[in-house]
Write a protein that binds this ligand. Structure first.
Ligand code: EPZ
Length: 416
């Protein structure tokens, strides 16, 4: 298993560019199935999760070519509604294929995705919504056999604004007869991106970004050329990297609006941040200040995907910070690893109390999920001495060339 060796205490300096968002690219790739015409997608990051999604699409008959960060997808010969188990187990977000395959084929067979490193991750809201559109679901022996004679528009109220459920229902409703209204929909920027992509192929979706999304069913879609939105979590990761190392860097291809909640926290911690021409420049103080209390919430609240990254910074801030993780129940797995590096963190249930120390100390630590793993890399950049982060395949799921980008900024990090 690959690992990172990091020699900390180096200041970062320079410019980097963020690629397209993984969490946009995945549903957009599923949405390609709505059309029978080729689609060209730009700025698709090179990540294990994306590779797996490409393998799923190929396995059901799509022809896909990658040229750098561009994917050319020809969905004209899709001929299967069976989503292979091995990929669903590898990449939990492949559940978003369900809505797209149903829209295209009116049936789908997928293994139940089950829990993952960060929590149980039920899909009850996805299934309730699809049933409202007329899908019959037989849940047996760990498989979901889904079939609809007709997909019919419906009024759907989500109990919780789930990102995946909103995407799955949007996708299935695009070809339903009549109009679907999703209330209490997720408002994440990736939902707006999915709407924009669907509409670029001739769909009629409106309201994404608000809590009510309206989808008018259409019979057919055309091809499209589309660029996915910049990855706000990756941008936040590099901002946190600058903060924890007391550095000054510039990050380009950033939608400033999408990172507001993180920018607010960084400013509270004493960083100065300016936004210009789709770029953001951060200048961190020699010592960060503690942040009173951060609670994760659905967008535009502080994102759960940034929780571990914020925590890594706060381990070296002056004073006591509190973080409450409201979204996923197992998202503090980085805490014992940070404690091995000298951090002073106590957790109780979903609350973490972080008492800042002057500097972390290098140690051998284990990445057990994507963002928690990235947070350990940030901790290693601060730490005195050598840090080994093991199991970095988790990090490879969401960061293209993390070590190259950090090295270009002056970090001492290598893949072993
Ligand atoms: C998306 O996951 C992201 N993944 C996650 O990013 C992100 O952490 C999460 O949204 C929250 O922002 C992708 O976009 C591929 P949810 P998703 O459905 O769609 C509960 C990363 O690091 N829930 O909004 O699975 C659920 O248990 C990943 O890139 C139900 O109860 O998130 C959780 O508590 C990790 N029933 C909450 O809702 C359901 O049917 C939020 O989940 C669905 C969800």
């Amino acid at each position: 298993m690959a690992k990172y060796r990091i020699r900390g205490e180096q200041k970062l300096e320079g410019d980097i560019r963020v690629k397209g968002a993984k969490n946009s690219a995945l549903p957009v790739l599923a949405a390609v199935l709505l059309s029978e015409k080729p689609v060209i997608l730009h700025d698709i990051p090179k990540l294990i999760d994306i590779d797996n999604m490409v393998l799923i699409l190929s396995s059901i008959g799509c022809k896909i070519k990658r040229e750098g960060n561009t994917l050319i997808v020809d969905p004209s010969s899709v001929n299967s509604w069976v989503i292979p188990d091995k990929y669903v187990k590898e990449i939990r977000s492949s559940i978003v294929m369900l809505g797209a395959v149903l829209a295209r084929m009116k049936k789908a067979l997928i293994t139940y995705p089950g829990g993952c490193e960060i929590g149980q991750r039920p899909i009850n809201l996805h299934l309730q919504g699809l049933k409202k559109l007329g899908v019959k679901i037989n849940d047996s022996h760990g498989y979901l056999e889904c079939q609809a004679d007709r997909l019919v528009g419906a009024n759907i109220h989500l109990d919780y604004p789930s990102v995946g459920a909103t995407e799955n229902i949007m996708l299935a409703a695009t070809k339903a007869e009549g109009t679907t209204v999703i209330r209490n929909a997720a408002k994440e920027p990736e939902i707006i991106d999915l709407q924009n992509f669907i509409n670029s192929m001739g769909g009629r979706v409106a309201g994404a970004g608000s809590n009510t999304i309206t989808i008018k069913g259409v019979e057919s879609f055309h091809g499209s050329e589309y660029r996915v939105l910049p990855d706000r979590i990756v941008a936040g990761t590099y901002l946190a990297a600058a903060a924890i190392t007391g550095s000054e860097i510039t990050i380009s291809n950033v939608n400033f609006e999408h990172i507001q909640s993180m920018v607010t926290k960084l400013r509270e911690a004493g960083c100065s941040i300016i936004n210009f021409n789709n770029s953001v420049r951060i200048k961190a103080p020699t010592r960060l200040r503690a942040i009173e209390h951060t609670k994760t919430y659905p967008y535009p609240g502080f994102p759960t995907d940034m929780q571990a990254l914020l925590m890594s910074m706060l381990t070296v801030a002056q004073g006591t910070s509190i973080i409450t993780e409201n979204i996923f129940e197992n998202r503090f797995k980085h805490v014992p690893e940070m404690i091995r590096m000298g951090a002073n963190i106590r957790t109780e249930g979903k609350i973490a109390v972080i008492q800042g120390v002057n500097r972390l100390k290098g140690a051998q630590v284990n990445a057990s999920d994507l963002r928690g793993g990235a947070a350990l890399v940030l901790a290693g950049l601060n730490a005195e001495g050598e840090t080994i982060v093991e199991n970095i395949h988790h990090i490879d799921r969401g960061y293209e060339g993390l070590e190259q980008k950090l090295r270009s900024l002056g970090a001492d990090i290598e893949r072993l």
